[in-house]
Design a protein around this ligand. Structure first.
Ligand code: SF4
Length: 607
């Protein structure tokens, strides 16, 4: 096979066995790679109702057929598992040299099962695989862990690791790499911790199998050049995603005080211009010439890599209006290996609980010390942190007092940084995302703000499907979507990359079918897990957006309308070929070559 190595490395930490296994072109063409492979492996190997922290649970690291080639922003890897946070399918994508090295070692995917007797790391060096003790790293933050791995194994290795949050099974612990890259919001780092797997260290030296090497090189050169000439290139390099703070504030969608409002009085203190005055380094992922990791020194003089989502969630959402202080929380989250989006939600939720006197702790809005204590308590499992470590859905169930209304999540995964009081299209994107409330599958909001807020037309559903179909392919190719979404590199480039790498000609329609297949497979995974507890209610955004209008800003008075949202959800299901409860219909599964999943779906839910 060209493009793919055709090999999966299976590791059982209980027995200490590492076994390479081949897969064929059929699987490759069926699901392409990355998220597609992860979804299939989890479907096949995870059984319904499995405890994500049991030794039998499966942890997947998956690359795709474009990963590691000299193509724009191609150094990404998908990390996936059944999520301890949501109880459904969970994944994330992050930039790391481990992805490139894994491919060069001759593997596309690593599947980890079992549980090591003691803290361990897996070292992959081409064909050689060792499971090594890692007690000396257990308890260390991700930054120090990575430095020690480099000291032990050299600077020319790629590594993926967890911090104390993953070790302590915080349900939104991430997998980290390269001091600031992280992925796996739905607790994939905690699954890694449950296996006592501190790190994966990878080194590979082989050439990747490629159908048309000259053409691929020329395409890579052409695409890198085109990106440098794009009109948005200079401002992207200056601000990266931090430009979104001003945009969100001016649009009235900047999450503020636990998503009560969409404007923040101190937005200009945490925006891109403020970041620029503090910036001292630009970092990024492998094979990327549009680096977006803006590094500043935080209020404690430590380096912290900022982006919009983290700054909004740890800034305006908790009322913190000093970027250097926001950067402290961001750095702590990265070092703990803790998802900053869920952390910002958890802190905001705790501040609101405190304000309403539902908990004993006094956790003040806008206060770095309070916020920092909550973050540390979450990782240590102390005080209200014990509840928050399981996510806001769980914490609200325990705390009660009406707090469910403002536990800001969908299916248990906390909402990322866009207020949707007036944005039913973006709310639907959160409602139907394959992992719970995350924006990466459909950043509807830019289009929706320019085409009309507070409206519930079918065209919004069509746009959502268009975005989900195309964005999911970046997860399958396992490359960064930013060259396409932020700089306007046409998707046609990716069709040509794919042909040059694999030798297979595919058009946009073909990839849409793959994307639909992956969506229906993942949705089937959720339904299998939830069983008779599954219903369309799980695709609902939080009650706050329906019941508490905003009181300020350009979208003042905005509130979601229940009837309009339900109508859009009906249209969405219909267009996906799913039932009125959001379950893929039998004929849809057959059409997508997924007939094998029907047996596992409760008969009363299948049409
Ligand atoms: Fe990484 Fe940013 Fe480059 Fe994407 S654009 S590959 S996130 S540095």
């Amino acid at each position: 096979m060209n493009g793919w190595n055709g090999r999966i490395l299976k590791i059982d930490l209980s027995s200490g066995q590492a076994t390479p296994q081949s897969y064929d072109a059929g699987l490759a063409m069926h699901l392409i790679g990355g998220r597609g492979f992860a979804a299939k492996i989890l479907w096949d190997q995870a059984t319904a109702g499995l405890d994500p922290f049991s030794p039998e649970s499966v942890l997947v690291f998956a690359t795709g057929p474009l990963t590691g080639f000299p193509l724009p922003s191609s150094g990404k890897i998908v990390v996936a598992a059944k999520s301890p946070l949501t109880g459904g399918y969970g994944d994330g994508i992050l930039g790391t040299f481990a992805s490139v090295h894994l491919r060069k070692a001759g593997f596309d995917v690593v599947v980890v099962k079992g549980r090591a007797e003691r803290p361990s790391l897996v070292r992959i060096d081409d064909d050689r695989v060792d499971i090594l003790p890692a007690e000396d790293l257990w308890g260390l933050g991700t930054f120090e862990t990575e430095n020690k791995l480099k000291e032990s194994y050299g600077r020319d290795v790629g590594s993926l690791m967890i911090g104390p949050a993953g070790e302590n099974l915080v349900h939104y612990a991430t997998v980290a790499s390269m001091e600031g890259r992280s992925g796996g919001r739905p607790g994939i780092g905690a699954v890694m911790g449950s296996k006592r797997l501190k790190a994966l260290v990878v080194h590979g030296t082989r050439d990747l199998p490629v159908a048309y090497p000259k053409e691929l090189r020329a395409l890579g050169t052409g695409a890198f050049r085109e990106l440098l000439a794009k009109p948005g290139y200079e401002s992207w390099k200056r601000l990266g995603t931090m430009a979104s703070v001003d945009w969100a504030q001016n649009s009235g969608v900047l999450p503020t005080l636990n998503f009560r409002e969409g404007v923040f009085d101190e937005a200009e203190n945490i925006n891109g211009a403020t970041m620029e005055t503090m910036k001292n380094q630009l970092r990024g992922c492998p094979n990327c010439n549009i680096l977006c990791g803006n590094v500043v020194n935080d209020a404690e003089g430590q380096r912290s890599e900022l982006d919009y989502e983290n700054v909004a969630m740890l800034g305006s959402n908790i009322g913190l209006g000093h970027l250097k202080e926001v950067a402290v929380l961001n750095r702590i989250a990265d070092d703990f290996g803790l998802d900053a989006i869920s952390l910002g939600n958890a802190i905001g939720f705790a501040m609101e609980c405190s304000e309403k006197k539902l908990i004993e702790e006094r956790i003040e809005w806008s206060d770095l010390h309070s916020a920092r204590t909550v973050a540390e308590d979450i990782v240590r499992g102390e005080g209200v942190g014990r509840l928050l470590a399981h996510g806001t859905r769980f914490a609200a169930e325990k705390i009660g007092g009406g707090s469910r209304k403002w536990a800001m999540h969908v299916k248990g995964l906390e909402i990322s940084a866009y207020d949707c009081h007036s944005l039913p299209g973006m709310a639907l994107a959160y409602g139907t995302s394959p992992i719970g409330a995350h924006h990466k599958d459909a950043w509807m909001i830019g289009w929706e703000i320019s085409s009309g807020t507070d409206s519930y037309g079918v065209e919004k559903v069509e746009k959502l499907l268009e975005l989900q179909r195309i964005r999911s392919m970046f997860e399958c190719f396992s490359v960064c979507r930013f060259p396409w979404i932020q700089l306007g590199l046409q998707f046609d480039w990716y069709l040509r990359f794919f042909r040059a790498a694999t030798g297979v000609e595919r058009n946009l329609e073909d990839f849409h079918i793959v994307s639909d297949r992956v969506y229906s497979l993942i949705r089937s995974f959720w339904v299998r897990e939830y069983g008779s507890g599954w219903s369309r209610k799980l695709d609902q955004p939080p009650a706050r957006w329906f019941e508490e209008p905003t009181t300020r800003g350009p979208l003042k008075g905005g509130v979601l309308k229940r009837e309009g949202y339900e109508q859009m959800l009906d249209w969405y299901y219909e267009k996906r070929g799913w039932t009125s409860q959001g379950v893929p219909k039998r004929r849809t599964l057959e059409k997508l070559d997924l007939s094998y999943v029907t047996e596992a779906i409760p008969a009363n839910l299948l049409d």
